[in-house]
Design a protein around this ligand. Structure first.
Ligand code: ADP
Ligand code: CDP
Length: 440
């Protein structure tokens, strides 16, 4: 079973080299508590006395880890992301390792240089069953390009964590020991290891950047072509009309639908939503894809929405249910594991509005307490998306989305307390809008 927060481990997989993990490779795994554990593999002859990492291995269990090769070009990144997704599914849905085993995603990074981030998995086997290792090897030989590096971890006498790094070649059963190492704790880097890669992998800050990702998907996902066709019909730099454009943001069930409808009626405005109806038929398909593809889709839908905003705002005020800030905030929160403290710092580029996207006049962020939000979610009784179920289950994730919204700049998201009655929230919002926009 693949579950957030299980214990398990990883080792990087290098495509061409038979060499061991470079000494500056570091690993980070997220535990059930949302704590991140950082560690590295220390050569046996290193004379350091660092402690083993916390909560690493169940006793008398065993852990395994592996990584996918790092990808460079958009084409390689699309393929690697889909392969990662496939592995994730196989590890979670098919439960190849039986009861007592669990897996979770793990990152491998280098603190000293801008080496590519490698994504992998940690698999924990509480039972130390020989079938676990056999099934895992089979899966890796089948799905990953050879040679694959597989790390096997055990607790040695005295509480040390030992790792044996194996190289699996193409042929079945062919496996060579690359090295043995001690597993030691590493300090947390100042910036989360995924921060440096957010702009390539999840937060696309131009139409071109998102477009390049979907272009590489057209042979794999036919709907990607349909989305690109729609985007290409939109002007490159649509101009906002003279009427105000007001965006409402917030977590699911904070009252966006209710409020935007009421503002529409009060101001005689046009109500638009992101993603717009012209693409929402493909949403389920892209929601099922890995982050890279899913976020590129949502990024592009904002450009389609922008051309609708441009047209509508020449005739009347426009109220918009979600826009760019949702795309960026959810992308950052999903990519950055662990707690809210791990988010990219204030003023990081991920919080900047894309230069080529039509800007609204005002962006309001609806906030309600977690308890009230869950009450509203239950009251609505609608089926929740996988992401929203995760939000509910994972307070950290919810905090990361909301804090990312709060860090957005130019335009900022102005928080509005949406806990009072519908009428009071509407009144507060109309007051803000009238103060900040010229209404005819
Ligand atoms: N100010 C409010 N007070 C109480 N309930 C509200 C308020 N605003 C919205 N709701 C209710 O909360 C639920 C979620 O609201 P909705 O507008 O659908 O949120 P969103 O569009 O942000 O997901 C709905 O059942 C709605 O009737
Ligand atoms: N502009 C947008 C709109 C939605 N989204 C994604 O869509 C999800 C929320 O959409 P939704 O339709 O469930 O939102 P509600 O309006 O129902 O609250 C978020 O989890 C985001 O992943 C986005 O990335 N960018």
């Amino acid at each position: 079973m693949l579950r957030r927060g299980a214990l398990a481990l990883l080792v990087p997989l290098r495509r061409r080299s038979a060499m061991a993990t470079p000494p500056d490779r570091r690993f980070v795994v997220e535990l059930a508590s949302s704590e991140l554990v950082h560690f590295y593999l220390s050569n046996d002859d290193d004379n350091n006395h660092r402690a083993p990492p916390r909560c690493f291995l169940p006793r008398p269990g065993r852990c395994y880890s592996f990584c996918l090769p790092a990808a460079g070009s958009p084409r390689e990144r699309v393929r690697a992301a889909r392969l990662h997704r496939l592995l994730q599914r196989r590890l979670s849905q098919e439960q190849p390792f039986g009861a007592g085993s669990a897996a979770l995603a793990l990152l491998s990074y280098s603190p000293s240089r801008e080496a590519a981030l490698e994504r992998g998995f940690l698999v924990q086997d509480e039972r130390r069953a020989p079938e676990t290792e056999r099934s895992l090897e089979e899966l890796l030989r089948h799905l990953l390009p050879a040679p694959v590096h597989l790390a096997v971890y055990e607790v040695a006498e005295g509480g040390e964590v030992r790792c044996a790094l194996w190289r699996l070649d193409g042929a079945a059963q062919d496996r060579q020991l690359v090295r043995r190492a001690r597993v030691v704790a590493e300090e947390e880097p100042a910036l989360h290891s995924a921060c440096a890669h957010l702009l390539e992998d999840a937060v696309f800050r131009s139409r071109g950047a998102a477009r390049r990702v979907l272009e590489e998907c057209t042979s794999l996902i036919p709907e990607a072509k349909a989305v690109l066709d729609l985007v290409d019909q939109c002007p490159q730099h649509p101009k906002k009309g003279d009427f105000p454009v007001i965006v409402i943001e917030g977590l699911d069930a904070t009252g966006k639908t209710t409020l935007t409808q009421a503002v529409k009626d009060s101001l005689n405005a046009v109500l638009l939503r992101s993603p717009p109806p012209s693409v929402s038929q493909w949403r389920k398909i892209f929601d099922d894809e890995p982050t890279l593809i899913r976020r590129a889709f949502y990024a592009l839908t904002n450009y389609i929405l922008a051309s609708e905003i441009a047209k509508a705002s020449s005739k009347s005020p426009v109220i918009v249910d979600r826009y760019w800030h949702s795309t960026a905030a959810y992308a950052v929160a999903t990519e950055i594991s662990g707690k809210v403290q791990n988010l990219p710092p204030l003023h990081h580029e991920v919080y900047h509005w894309p230069e080529d996207l039509l800007k609204p006049d005002v962006v309001l962020l609806l906030t309600v307490s977690p308890e009230e939000r869950i009450r509203r979610l239950k009251g609505r009784g609608m089926e929740k998306t996988e992401e929203e179920t995760e939000l509910e289950a994972n307070t950290c994730f919810r905090q990361k989305v909301e804090e990312s919204y709060r860090r957005m700049e130019n335009p900022t998201c102005q928080p509005v307390d949406a806990s009072p009655s519908r009428e009071e929230v509407l009144k507060a919002v109309l007051h803000l809008v009238k103060n900040q926009c010229h209404l005819p």
